[in-house]
Design a protein around this ligand. Sequence first.
Ligand SMILES: *Cc1c(COP(=O)(O)O)cnc(C)c1O
Length: 617
Amino acid sequence: MVDYGIQYWANDDFFIEDGRVKVNYKNSPALIEIVKKAREDGYRGPLLIRFPHLIKKQIEKIFQSFEDSIKENHYKGEFKAVFPIKVNHYPNFILPLMELTQKRCYGLEAGSKSELIIAMAYTNANAPITVNGFKDKEMISLGFIAAKMGHDITLTIEGLNELETIIEVAKTMGKPYPKIGLRIRLHSTGAGAWAKSGGFHSKFGLSATELVEAIDLLKKNHLLEQFMMIHFHIGSQISDISPLKKALRESGNIYAELRKMGAKNLRYVNIGGGLAVEYTQYENHQNRNYTLAEFSGDVVFTLKEIAKNKKEPEPDIFIESGRYVCANHAVLISPVLELFSQEYDEKALRLKEKNPPLIEELYDLYNSIVEKTAIEYLHDSLEHMESLLTLFDLGYIDLQDRSNTEVLVHLIIKKVIKILKYKNHRDIIRIQEQVQERYLLNCSFFQSLPDYWGLGQNFPVIPLDKLNKRPTRSASLWDITCDSDGEIAFNKNTPLFLHDIDVNKEEYFLGFFLVGAYQEVLGMRHNLFTHPTELSVVFDEKGEYSIENLLEAQTILDVLDDLDYDTKEIERRLKQKLEESEEIPDDSKKEVLGQLYVMLSENGYLRTVFKGEGAIL
Ligand SMILES: *Cc1c(COP(=O)(O)O)cnc(C)c1O
């Protein structure tokens, strides 16, 4: 895998040219150039780069696909969509999203009071707002206020008690009322890691019995005309299209039946989110078995069939796709700080006058290794290492011998890789698990890739340059948290190879792609590493890009303040301890205090910078 499977996951958003990853838009800048530009301005540590043009691209794709399917099927309903705010709440995403979709019927979906406030402030005029999730009286009143502000808002109720509260609030707050939606509890379920949102035992929605009761309640309270939408959501990242088709048939029939029960204003079927993103870098490991065109075609066709059979009008189609809209707009860039075996070079070898025989043998292996014997010698040396470590445990060899063992084995591994470099890749693959290198990354997986930690979700990873050289090191990735879970281990079924580089001589950056959905707000501040420094790359008409909305990772003091530490008190205590210290001479106390204050106002990621040629200090 030299192209890192870019044809599977990149969606044509990025491509490789001249050994570098480039943005497939306008003047096609290389990602490494954008990163260097940000670093020239002093920003260290990980970077989260947003590309607003990719937000627009996804929205256009979804609308185009549904519009095509509607045309093909001569479907009479319309297509509308909302973005579920929970998938990315950040202003540097939401604001461009609303600006770029002004000409579309595209609004926001809220699941909490805070999200509803965002929706009320930023939804474009005439674009819809939908509200899902559990609601109290205050939240329902907020919905009524939104309606009075002129928003096209639908409150989707999750249970009968919410409907009772709506009836109560309607009496006190009066017209205009918000639209009312009912979330239906499907007996069909989704598939995959996020399937729990559907199914008979799902956390959400009304059963058939409750639906009948809801219609009665609405009728009795003269609110039936406000009931306009049914809603379901079978879970995120739908890998297989068949559960969706089942859910569509079930909900389509519920739509028709509710209309026959007198719900004459019911005309929206909201199919929730779940459209999957392809994350894989490997052939035959695809995450979904359908295309967007198939998805929209199935939705339109199924609803059309049911409407025809039940002689009801074809409903407008609403979707709440989140992941598909925003995953690809953000890329996490992490500098590589260290390769762990780097210190094992010949200089570190301190052979004695007389060495244990196994070490002498290792040394001979190292010197006499050639292509034909490479694999055999490698295996011999690994066996010798095991024996030598046992000898150490038993007290027969000393620490210097043990160090020589480590160094020699690493030297042999490197030599084998070098010798086999131009040979069939299979030979390297055969030994890859034994010879893997650990790359230390200046980022936190807990903060920036929480779904990797929590759900084992893989994100495509690729070096930003050197792609015209074959990577030879099988790699495992370590973040800088002190947690052994902060590791992306080498997996021989989906192997990652990286370049053998000397980080003292050159910089090396890895990009993690498709991180724009869910990762940011789910990210946790384990070890108090905050969000990475983020920026947006915006293109002008001439095709040039500029860096906008730069937001640096939080400073150490801000992080502590967020935890409710009294930061003034922290500063005071540090100062006092410094002044009382007898170890620091009085005339340098001021300087040390100055250093401390500078550090408190910087972010907590590692700042150590490479000092080789072309370094930006
Ligand atoms: C989370 C959620 C979505 C978004 O799902 P995606 O898989 O990100 O498209 C849509 N609707 C509801 C009700 C949700 O809870």
